[in-house]
Design a protein around this ligand. Structure first.
Ligand SMILES: [Zn+2]
Length: 647
């Protein structure tokens, strides 16, 4: 989340609407459970209509058809679910009601939902609804859906009281300040979250009132933006505005109203898009998470318009950020920004590296590119980011979430307090762990793609199939699948062979196949599948080094997709909770590694007695390494300085 220029976030916290035509939705538009707007059709005059100009080549299943089994992903999902259920609707609604002139005696939340915070409402009326809707799709939690439906109904009353279609927990005059280019935090950023939250409640929970609320807000947005010249609007886009272009495109895809697409493209920031379309990396100096959602919008514009310029923007950006500006964890940004030329990361290690929102949004963008191509490399990145960034940034004990994932050595993880954080990253985190079911499996008309090795079950009713994936991955180096089929089905099951695999093999019904596939590809098993068929996939992991692109002696160690971290002394609860980041300076001195930097893994070996545990070899101060995601309470080190002499 960006700060207002020249003002720290903390200091900041201490501190004429035009009515658009928002025709209400005809009854019966909702056509049953949908995955997400990118694959939706909507129903018009009794027929299914699909507006995608570039349909996805491979598509996700509705999350309602995928359920997680035991393992670290389920643990994260359950911690998130409990957290979402702990938030009382009256407290969520408090500032919305006050802003609409309606009574509320609820206890206000703190953090970025405090009554004097300029971002209030972004979580309570936005991320919360998205997360609850996604969680309902992933788990069928009726109690949570009921609470979220209450919030929608009460937000509808607030919107009615405000009259113009505007809905927010802060006064509408924030938009006057935005127009006049006076100091204001990020009004459209917040509006994006609220429209998206309501749209998700429609898509995943069938709440038609939520769609009406979203459409009225879009109508208000149309009026506000229409009153500005192109040049004036471009200046307004200098203030962070989240994924306005994306959510308005989704609204177009779901309703078929072309006007929304036109409004969406008013949020094209020319100054940012032009260099990307020309394949030029001019990202240095930009705030990362202000811009990644704009590229997701470009991906959506490409899908709904077919305009290749938007493809170039999204494709070039993804490749540049992943190959030149990402750390071993899959995360990007330092102090929330890209501060350097491409490939210069060795001096970009701090207590505020890799804002969690950036990982959330890069994964979201990755799904679009994967949908277009089915390229296994994209899922290599996705897997790395799930297991080495996202899993370790929620506290499985209490569902609290991190803001940054610090990559400077010798520090620790910090988590927000449950009712006093509501950071941007609390919001994206609440959504992330509610939608871990959305990418494990994809499909096309004739085949299944297994992208991620996560214990889970898939129902595919169109094929009369159920697939049970059983694995303790990443502790188990592989996975197995049991097919339940009403009648035999001819189809390909495509298993992702990750970039990190060392060898590997597959058995069908106990017989090893002679063929396998190369790393970063899909192994295609095409046959007639019968009830009870079993696939056993072995994916041996090995140690490998991920060195900084600009300094080969600054190295992180990986095992399979897992970033390993040296684990040091535990920290206290006071140190763990409440802050965005650990205190710079309060550092445990991590020893340099004395070894030949040109001989990767010469200085580390597995502990034969404990799975996923490793030890340094031949060092004066030995260290134990474990997967970064498993470290919650201990100081840690991800990058090591490796050389023949200790510095
Ligand atoms: Zn964030």
């Amino acid at each position: 989340m960006t700060t207002v220029s020249g003002m720290s976030r903390r200091k900041f916290i201490a501190t004429a609407a035009a009515v658009g035509g928002s025709a209400l939705v005809p009854k019966g538009l909702f056509a049953g459970p949908m995955q997400d707007p990118v694959v939706n059709t909507f129903r018009k005059d009794g027929k299914e209509v699909n507006l995608e100009k570039v349909p996805w080549k491979v598509r996700p299943f509705p999350m309602t058809q995928v359920r997680l089994g035991d393992g670290p992903c389920k643990q994260a999902q359950e911690a998130d679910r409990q957290y979402l259920n702990s938030l009382p609707p009256d407290r969520l609604l408090h500032t919305f009601r006050l802003n609409a002139g309606l009574p509320s005696s609820a206890q206000p939340f703190g953090g970025w939902e405090a009554p004097d915070c300029e971002l209030r409402g972004h979580y309570a009326g936005g991320h919360y609804l998205s997360a609850a809707a996604l969680m309902y799709a992933s788990t069928g939690d009726e109690e949570l859906k009921a609470k979220a439906n209450t919030v929608v109904a009460e937000l509808g009353k607030c919107q009615d009281a405000l009259k113009s279609g505007y809905l927010s927990a802060f006064p509408i005059d924030f938009f006057d300040r935005l127009r006049e280019r006076q100091r204001v935090w990020a009004p459209f950023y917040t509006i994006h979250k609220i429209i998206a939250g309501n749209l998700d409640m429609y898509v995943h929970c069938g709440n038609e009132q939520a769609l009406q609320i979203a459409e009225k807000m879009a109508g208000w947005t149309a009026g506000y933006t229409q009153s500005l010249s192109y040049e004036h609007m471009q200046r307004v886009l200098g203030t962070e505005y989240g994924g306005m272009g994306e959510v308005l495109s989704n609204l177009y895809a779901v309703t078929g109203k072309e006007h929304y697409l036109e409004v969406a493209q008013r949020f094209d920031h020319k100054q940012f898009f032009d260099p990307l379309a020309g394949h030029r990396d001019e990202l240095k100096g930009l705030h990362a998470n202000t811009h990644i959602p704009q590229v997701i919008a470009a991906a959506r514009y490409y899908e709904v318009t077919g305009d290749r310029r938007y493809y170039d923007i999204a494709d070039y950006f993804w490749n540049e950020v992943v190959s030149e500006r990402s750390y071993c964890t899959g995360g990007t940004s330092n102090h929330e920004s890209w501060n350097t030329d491409p490939g210069k990361l060795a001096n970009e290690l701090s207590t505020s590296t890799t804002e969690d929102c950036c990982a959330y949004n890069m994964m979201k963008l990755t799904r679009h590119l994967f949908g277009w191509t089915g390229d296994a490399r994209l899922m290599d990145y996705y897997e790395r980011t799930v297991f080495s960034h996202r899993l370790g940034t929620i506290n499985p004990e209490d569902g609290t979430m991190m803001y940054y994932l610090p990559l400077a050595s010798g520090y620790w993880k910090t988590f927000g307090k449950p009712f006093d954080a509501f950071w941007c990253c609390t919001g994206t985190g609440s959504e992330e762990y509610a939608k871990l079911t959305d990418t494990i499996y994809f499909h096309d008309d004739d085949s299944l793609y297994v992208n991620l090795y996560i214990d889970s079950q898939l129902e595919w009713p169109e094929k009369g199939l159920r697939v049970r994936q059983e694995t303790r991955f990443p502790e188990q180096e592989g996975s197995s699948f049991t097919i339940s089929a009403k009648s035999p089905v001819q189809m390909a099951i495509n298993l992702r062979i990750p970039y990190w695999v060392r060898g590997g093999s597959v058995k069908i019904n106990g017989t090893t196949l002679q063929a396998f596939s190369s790393p970063s590809s899909y192994l295609s098993l095409n046959r007639v599948w019968k009830n009870g068929d079993k696939i056993e996939l072995s994916l041996p992991m090995g140690l490998h080094i991920d060195a900084m692109p600009d300094d080969a002696t600054v190295q992180a160690v990986m095992y399979g997709p897992l970033v390993l971290a040296g684990s040091f002394d535990p920290v206290t609860n006071e140190m763990m909770y409440g802050d965005y980041e650990p205190k710079p300076g309060d550092v445990h001195k991590v020893p340099d590694i004395v070894a030949d930097a040109g001989k990767p893994t010469a200085w580390i070996e597995p502990d034969p007695k404990q799975a996923l545990t490793f030890r340094t070899v031949g060092q004066a101060q030995p260290a134990t390494l474990v997967p970064l995601y498993k470290i919650i309470r201990n100081r840690y080190s991800v990058y090591w300085k490796v050389g023949n002499k200790s510095a």
